[in-house]
Ligand binder design. Structure first.
Ligand code: MCN
Length: 755
């Protein structure tokens, strides 16, 4: 909705082919079209030495070699690698003129056979020069020898082949960018729908060489949803910022929904074989996982960490499994790039462990809840055999609570009642753990991250005692304006309305790492608390001066400093005013009440929960209806129960969407068949029952608020619960390998074929 005087409009010319060489881009006719201001191509970009898009996390393969990343210019120069790849940008006085002229850009392509299928990518022709077998990396984690021993000495090896379907994120608001260059001040401003304005500025400045950081402002104001798909800067951001500098006028681009389908990064897309070693006593002794992860046409910014460090360590779930080994082969195909999407790696891990644990319990004839409890981690801290050191938890408690809320003991009665109506009732469990607030910087650096993972907050107390809070995290639906104001107001004993929370503008907020991985409260919230503490410490010195005592004699409560054991006190507002009007003031103390803090966490936070889904499957049509959904989550201390519930609801809706409805489909030539809301089935409100949410509270021991993340728990916990429920409903049909989305057709066919 932002418009700038004298702005122009951009329309991208996109590749209609999944894989082709570009012979020529002819702009002659288009450049004569009415209203055209400029047409820019990959050659112009190269001439101006604008750097390509980067992969932000280096993964090393098991042979010790670095991952293979192809060049990814923001406008394709020699080749295109998916339908929707950017070839040129047309800039005109109006949007219509830009669109009309874009149709006149003539691109001559040599069409090549596209590589689409994830499972076959390694046996297909290389789509990028020098990248054999289309393999970006061949990553391993864990102890193969120990895991093989566990499998060979197991009483039972449970096996599953799973496909984690490709998803298309659909935020309410499509992406948009405006570049605004002021030639007299040489200042470039980029307004963009992004979850990390500082990261975007850093990448566009240091890697794409768009503008020096100190002359470059990135503003991401109210952004209508991101779900991970707006973490990373896109080619459009680079092109729009550069184009505005080039033509010295503002340039505006807003994605149409169909462009979003084609060119927003997609999520998930794994093919996995999993084996679980189990003793007849019910103890799990080993887990082996082989995954092929599809990266799409290029390696997007966080694409390489998602199927590795955000995935592989989490395959253990919340179980005490002594040996595990995970191999991930990441491949390029001629499809839209795949990157982080709500949950990023952790839903994929949870899906496989919760599916195989369910199968294992079934195969050895144990009750689902009892089998899980037998294998839960029970002592904390617990060093898992893959990376994570889990600091706290009480896993029986949340499962017990979920069983109670779901009225599990009477489930079989309800199953019989459903059967009388011709419906197959099933119940599915998912007891998940996730790792949020990826940290600390030094550790992630040693694992290949090219950024730090701290956050920052500064507090400006105004002379009247009102507060402006500037945060590095970004809110695009998570309600930070509410919860961050709450923690400041509670700590300083002032009203919530007295705190204004600002985010999303590199010009006024401190350098933070933005929002993803459900990190904002645990990491940025901790930076806020550090700044609050500094305000209170200095405030205490000023108050002590006013009350003629030592700061140690004071206690702070309800917005006032009081001399212990007396009724002598001074309020927060008085102290704030004194800090800015320092007439009667402690000697040597600086005026002002204004502090900034950075916080680099010592560990991840580990939320966990138990989700129970109950479905009814129509025997005749295969249609699945979710009739009950219970989510008992533990996100540590809760700052705002309504927002936490809202986050869980949204996540569960997306997770059920993956299980039952959503799935991107490309045809063999690489055309996206699910390129609109008509073809890509988003879940709707009437697909859901009322979600029943509850909580247990195990505070995080290492951050000042005792909080863990909640933003992704719903997507992580829900998907396997739904699939497990459907498989349970079909248990009489011997169905085991059921692939998502569980459309009526698929379910019906599985009932006919027994698989
Ligand atoms: N919160 C709380 N108590 C807790 C934990 C969190 O009150 N114990 C509050 C927080 O203060 C914040 C909200 O819950 O207001 C979510 O906090 P957190 O778990 O820290 O997650 P982030 O704010 O970092 O949000 C990121 C997360 C991710 S990774 C995706 S993807 C996602 C999500 O949040 N995208 C969303 N939720 C979304 N919700 C909306 N509406 N839109 C998106 O794009």
């Amino acid at each position: 909705d932002i418009n700038i005087a004298n702005q122009t409009y951009a329309c991208f010319v996109r590749s209609p082919h999944a894989r082709a060489k570009i012979n020529q881009v002819d702009t002659t006719k288009a450049s004569k079209a009415p209203g055209v201001v400029a047409i820019l191509t990959g050659d112009d970009l190269a001439q101006d030495k604008i750097g390509g898009m980067i992969a932000g996390w280096k993964i090393v393969s098991q042979d010790g070699k670095d991952m293979k990343v192809p060049p990814h210019p923001a406008l394709a120069k020699d080749s295109v690698n998916y339908v929707g790849d950017h070839v040129a940008v047309v800039i005109a006085e109006t949007l219509e003129q830009a669109k009309n002229a874009a149709e006149l850009v003539s691109v001559s392509y040599k069409i090549l056979k596209a590589v689409i299928d994830t499972s076959n990518a390694m046996n297909s022709e290389a789509i990028h020069e020098g990248i054999d077998r289309n393999l970006c990396f061949d990553f391993v984690l864990g102890d193969k020898g120990k895991t093989d021993d566990a499998l060979s000495s197991a009483d039972k090896i449970v096996k599953l082949d799973l496909i984690n379907n490709r998803l298309i994120p659909n935020a309410v608001e499509p992406r948009a960018s405006i570049g605004d260059y002021n030639s007299s001040s040489e200042q470039l401003t980029l307004y963009t729908t992004n979850q990390n304005p500082h990261l975007t500025r850093l990448v566009l400045s240091a890697f794409n060489a768009i503008a020096p950081e100190h002359k470059f402002r990135v503003v991401a104001p109210d952004v209508g949803g991101g779900f991970g798909s707006k973490i990373y800067p896109y080619a459009e951001d680079v092109v729009i910022a550069w184009a505005s500098k080039k033509i010295e006028r503002p340039v505006k681009w807003v994605a149409e929904r169909s462009e979003s389908f084609l060119s927003d990064c997609h999520g998930r897309d794994h093919i996995t074989h999993v084996e679980l070693a189990v003793k007849s006593s019910g103890m799990i002794t080993g887990l082996k996982v082989d995954t092929i992860a599809n990266l799409g046409g290029y390696a997007s910014l966080f694409a390489t960490v998602t199927p590795t460090y955000l995935y592989a360590p989490l395959i253990l779930g919340l179980y005490n499994i002594p040996a595990a080994f995970c191999n991930v082969k990441a491949v390029y195909t001629n499809t839209a790039p795949v990157d982080a999407y709500r949950g990023a790696g952790r839903p994929e891990a949870t899906f496989l462990i919760e599916r195989i644990v369910t199968e294992a319990a079934k195969e050895i004839g144990m009750n689902q809840a009892e089998f899980r409890k037998k294998n839960f981690i029970s002592k904390f801290p617990h060093q898992q055999c893959l990376i994570h050191n889990i600091d706290s938890g009480d896993y029986n408690a949340h499962l017990n609570k979920a069983l109670e809320v779901a009225d599990y003991k009477n489930f079989e009665n309800r199953r019989s009642q459903s059967a009388k109506k011709g419906k197959l009732r099933g119940i599915g469990f998912s007891t998940y753990i996730e790792a949020c607030g990826i940290a600390p910087s030094a550790v992630v650096g040693s694992l290949g991250a090219r950024v730090g993972l701290y956050d920052a907050a500064s507090i400006r107390v105004h002379p009247t005692g009102k507060v402006t809070l500037y945060v590095g995290a970004h809110s695009h639906g998570q309600g930070h304006e509410t919860t961050f104001a709450q923690i400041v107001a509670d700590s300083l004993g002032i009203g919530m309305d007295d705190v204004n929370v600002l985010h999303g503008d590199t010009e006024n907020v401190p350098f933070g790492m933005g929002t993803y991985g459900s990190r904002s409260l645990a990491v940025c919230g901790s930076a806020i608390m550090k700044s609050v503490d500094k305000v209170k410490e200095k405030g205490a010195r000023i108050a002590a001066h006013k009350l003629e005592c030592s700061p140690d004699d004071l206690e702070f409560a309800d917005g006032s400093w009081t001399v212990k054991g007396t009724d002598k006190s001074v309020g927060f507002g008085d102290v704030a005013l004194t800090a800015y009007v320092p007439h009667d003031y402690p000697e040597g103390e600086e005026p002002g009440l204004d502090f900034a803090s950075f916080y680099d966490p010592v560990n991840f936070t580990y939320p966990f929960g138990a989700h129970i889904c109950v479905v009814e499957v129509d025997k005749d049509t295969g249609e699945v209806k979710v009739v009950k959904y219970v989510a008992v989550d533990d996100v540590g201390n809760v700052i705002n129960p309504m927002i936490v519930d809202g986050q869980v609801h949204g996540g569960v809706a997306q997770g059920i969407g993956q299980a039952l409805f959503e799935g991107a489909v490309y045809d063999d030539s690489g055309q996206l068949l699910t390129g609109s809301m008509l073809d890509y089935c988003m879940p709707r409100a009437d697909n859901f029952p009322m979600f029943e949410t509850d909580r247990t509270v195990t505070p995080c021991p290492h951050n000042p608020l005792g909080v863990k993340g909640v933003g992704e728990t719903g997507t992580i916990g829900s998907t396997p619960a739904v699939v497990n429920a459907v498989v349970d409903a079909l248990s009489d049909y011997g169905v085991k390998d059921l692939q998502m989305p569980l459309t009526p057709e698929r379910v019906w066919k599985a009932m006919q074929n027994g698989n």
